[in-house]
Design a protein around this ligand. Structure first.
Ligand code: CP
Length: 304
């Protein structure tokens, strides 16, 4: 494929190849010399039209570990503030001879739109409430690392599904790999179309946790929230917050994941997020190897 716009455009074999390549890069970045010269001839622009900590830094580090030249752009400090359009912005950047664009944007479909209008490989680093493909890849990779495989595992995605690009990309990725997926959250935060994707909805948190091997806990997205959708934070925490007492009551050790940033004490308490059942920081660590793999594989297409 020419771009990474969403998991829905990938096949299982693509994911396998990305994981095998990430295995190699994970070994590389644990060496004393963490850098390889593979992409010395490639230039990458990181365009962030929305805030990010993990994704932005992880892409930047992945690019540096591959020896690519990089430029970073944050919309807030740019001429977007003077009214410049997305296509003008990107074409001006591309005229500086850029090969790959990594873009986060608040609008659904921004990556697809860009891929049709500019001459560069596009990697979607999150488009509105649509897809966040590298997050889903690093999530599945982390499950594979922890449990040996994704196939046949029971994963529950908990929380604000309606506003979540992480949920959608995870559903696509997990199903491609043969996992069983359930969704759990307040009905006001679960979109109606979700069951058409072949996932079950469980509104009882304890039942969902008793069923699963892995709980992927999503952030309550205050910034995308409209008051009409939302139980109060207090109600949300009472019904869907995960604390240590609940975790210990399950009679088995499930794996806890969270894409970050965490609202500590809202969707998850600190003693759960920081427990030995949590792989939250392993997810972040794996993000670098996964992004190295994605960039490396796209760059090989350019070189052909
Ligand atoms: N997981 C994730 O996308 O985090 P950031 O918004 O900090 O990049």
């Amino acid at each position: 494929t020419d771009h990474l716009l969403g998991i829905k455009y990938l096949k299982k074999e693509d994911i396998n190849l990305i994981f095998e390549t990430a295995d190699h890069f994970k070994e590389v970045i644990n060496r004393p010399i963490k850098k390889v010269p593979s992409l010395r001839d490639i230039t990458i622009a990181n365009l962030f039209f929305e805030n990010s900590t993990r994704t932005k830094l992880s892409f930047e580090l992945a690019e540096k570990r591959l020896s690519a030249d990089i430029i970073n752009f944050s919309a807030g400090q740019s001429s977007v503030k003077k009214g410049e359009t997305l296509i003008d912005t990107v074409n001006n950047i591309l005229s500086m001879k850029v090969d790959i664009v990594v873009m986060r944007h608040p609008n659904v479909g921004a990556g697809v739109f860009l891929s049709k209008h500019v001459n560069a490989r596009i990697i979607n680093a999150g488009d509105g409430a649509h897809e966040h493909p590298t997050q889903a890849l690093l999530d599945s990779y982390s499950i594979r690392e922890k449990l040996g495989s994704v196939k046949g595992k029971k994963i529950v995605i908990i929380g604000d599904i309606l506003h979540s690009r992480v949920a959608l990309s995870n559903i696509f990725a997990l199903q491609l790999q043969g996992a069983k997926v359930k969704i759990c959250g307040p009905t006001t935060l679960i979109p109606k179309f979700i069951t058409s994707l072949g996932v079950e909805v469980e509104t009882n948190l304890k039942k969902a946790l008793e069923w699963c091997d892995v709980a992927n806990v999503l952030r309550v997205q205050h910034e995308r929230m409209d008051i009409k959708y939302f139980p109060s934070i207090r109600e949300y925490t009472q019904l869907f917050g995960i604390d240590k007492a609940l975790l210990d009551s399950l009679g088995k050790k499930i794996v806890i994941m969270h894409p970050g940033p965490i609202n500590r004490g809202v969707e998850i308490t600190s003693d759960v997020a920081d427990s030995d059942q949590s792989i939250i920081l392993n997810q972040v660590e794996n993000g670098v190897a996964i992004r190295m793999a994605v960039i490396y594989l796209l760059a090989q297409q350019i070189k052909k």
